[in-house]
Ligand binder design. Structure first.
Ligand code: URA
Length: 265
């Protein structure tokens, strides 16, 4: 900072000296322009040039705070949303929650009764199993972001309708854009098919990485489809558990994260 001020003063002094020689120059105007310029560039930092007093960390924290702010603004919009009929049927909208800087984003189908009651994603039985999957990966729920295709509960937990998906999807797309995760884990057929624009079954899609198209000019994001934890609860076989774990191991490997010992077998 001090070096910057000194540099600025020396620079300005040299500039004034040079313009003083030219009688037709408006010195006030030159100073004003110089200050404008200084202010304009003040917000920029050259990567790798932050000294020990201005760590990169501060900048990163600001970026996370900015992301959190944008996510919260969007969550407020979701809570006001009446784009489809579900808006008038819900107790609470469930915008999604988690780490704004998450490397992994889980995407489910739609809130159920527990989520509708609390306004939080995956807090019922399927959510408790998802928590276990996350823990088995050596992660915490607060490390990841958890969202859904639909932000409001469909009556009787019926499947999402096409018109509801069309109305609601822009919210999820925006969340993905803000968080910019390295990997999306799509839980179940509805999430996987919607995000991949596919009609294949979850059995065909799971177990390998696909590309989520993030929009013009944006890099695609790797997407791993796997079984929904609600499906796993209904079909709790060692084989299905193993399949979900195999999918998650691929996610961990892709991120260069360690695969916890006890789950290696
Ligand atoms: N099932 C989902 O798909 N999402 C939730 O939030 C809870 C259960």
């Amino acid at each position: 900072m001090l070096t910057g001020v000194l540099f600025y003063c020396l620079n300005l002094e040299m500039l004034l000296e040079s313009v003083a020689m030219d009688k037709d120059v408006d010195i006030d105007k030159v100073v004003r322009q110089h200050l404008d310029m200084e202010q304009f560039f003040a917000g920029f930092a050259v990567k790798g040039e932050t000294g020990p007093g201005e760590p990169q960390e501060q900048e990163d924290n600001m970026a996370v705070a900015e992301k959190a702010g944008e996510l919260e603004k969007m969550a407020d919009e979701v809570r006001q949303c009446r784009k489809c009929d579900l808006g008038s049927l819900r107790t609470n909208a469930v915008p999604g929650e988690g780490n704004p800087n998450a490397r992994i984003m889980f995407v489910g189908e739609a809130p159920g009764a527990d989520e509708d009651a609390q306004g939080r994603p995956f807090v019922g039985r399927a959510g408790q199993l998802l928590d276990k999957v996350i823990e088995a990966c050596g992660l915490k729920r607060s490390d990841v972001f958890i969202g859904n295709i639909l932000k409001c509960r469909p009556p009787e937990n019926r499947d999402p309708r096409a018109d509801e998906i069309i109305s609601c999807l822009p919210y999820l797309q925006r969340q993905i854009e803000i968080i910019n995760p390295e990997i999306i884990v799509a839980l179940g057929a509805h999430a996987a098919r919607t995000l991949l624009n596919s009609t294949k079954s979850i059995g065909e899609l799971r177990g390998q990485f696909h590309e989520y198209y993030a929009g013009l000019g944006r890099a695609s994001i790797k997407l791993m489809p796997t079984y929904h934890t609600a499906y796993l609860l209904r079909n709790y076989s060692p084989e299905n558990r193993r399949r979900v774990w195999e999918d998650m191991k691929k996610v961990l490997a892709e991120l260069g994260l360690p695969i916890p010992e006890r789950s290696k077998k």
